[in-house]
Design a protein around this ligand. Sequence first.
Ligand SMILES: Cc1ncc(COP(=O)(O)O)c(C=O)c1O
Length: 395
Amino acid sequence: MHSEDIKLLMKQASGKSVISFAGGMPNNDLFPVKQIDDIYNSLPEDIKKLCFQYGPTSGYPPLIKSLQSYLEKKGLPVQDNKILITTGSLQAISIITQEFINEGDIVLTENPCFVGALSVFETFGAEIHSIPIDKDGIDIKALKRKITSLDRTPKFLYVTPNYHNPAGIIYTPERKKELLEVLSGTGIILLEDDAYSDLYFNEDEKYLTKPMKSFGIQGVDIIYTGSFSKILGPGFRLGYMLSSPEIFEKAETIKQALDACTSNFMQILGNEFLAQHKLESYLKFLRSEYLERKNLLQQSLEKYMPNTVTWNEPKGGFYIWLKLPSHIKSTDIFKESVTNGVVFVTGRTFDPASIKDDRLRLSFSNMPKDSIEKGVIILAKAVKKVLKNAKVKSS
Ligand SMILES: Cc1ncc(COP(=O)(O)O)c(C=O)c1O
């Protein structure tokens, strides 16, 4: 079960004494602590009181309004759709799964796939079928083959097209379009998870992050989810979904039964951050900080990794996805590196079948800059040792 992988991951990611490339989390030292202090301190007394109160299930109305203009800037069709504020975007994924999935229904995912989503799909008894991705996005031929080979129509396809977790890739605009064309008319809903799109490294490549829901292709129902976790901090537990009014209505009822509403405290602080136009300058700062960490990690990998280990250079987000020679496993490297104080996430964690293990995910986001090189030296030693042992065994 992927839920066990997640429990282990959360523990490793927050371990103090290890060098952790494991956590898919923002950097502790970059949080906008002072800005949030100022925002709260300058709130009028009546809004402070509202922070402590319940609110509407769909969300704090001023936040919905701020989000509408934020999402409109991404080209999203906000007027024809409705926003539901959720307690993290994982809750949105969970609500959508509850809305559409009965035990044994088919969900399509990418392979590899965000492990949190896999855990949700498994919890609701979905039959998961996964489709490989390459450096440009989901494998279109494999997706077509999969859809025609199934005896039932899948309920939805879940994808993370922008700065994929764990693969670090971004879909090309062509691949996004092809994907929509394949789905159009099939009755398969597209669940577009967009947790990382604001974290591009290069302004010139911002256009690549354009959501599929903004493409205007007919015949495919798209539910778009987003999150404040990777930009303001997961402690906010603030996410949202944008969907047709019909999908929204049932989702709102499910959310009502789950937690009545997302914390008003966090919604009010999040809204002020947006409404006072603090987000854009903060994002500029984050982008340069994460780019610096990505460059440091990449330089260290180039310097220390054996040349049989390869990877794609990410254009944004938090992750580098290493490819190992196919005869060694990332689980074996993990066993070796953890004893020397370095952790990461093994490839099999992100395989819906928990088998494929020739990859490993390194997260550079929550890394002190001066630990990156040290961590890679230890990791490279572990890789070399596992490679050497494999050679001895085969000779
Ligand atoms: C691809 C992806 N989607 C969704 C989430 C969930 O984020 P949250 O529930 O914190 O909004 C994550 C967190 O790691 C993620 O990587």
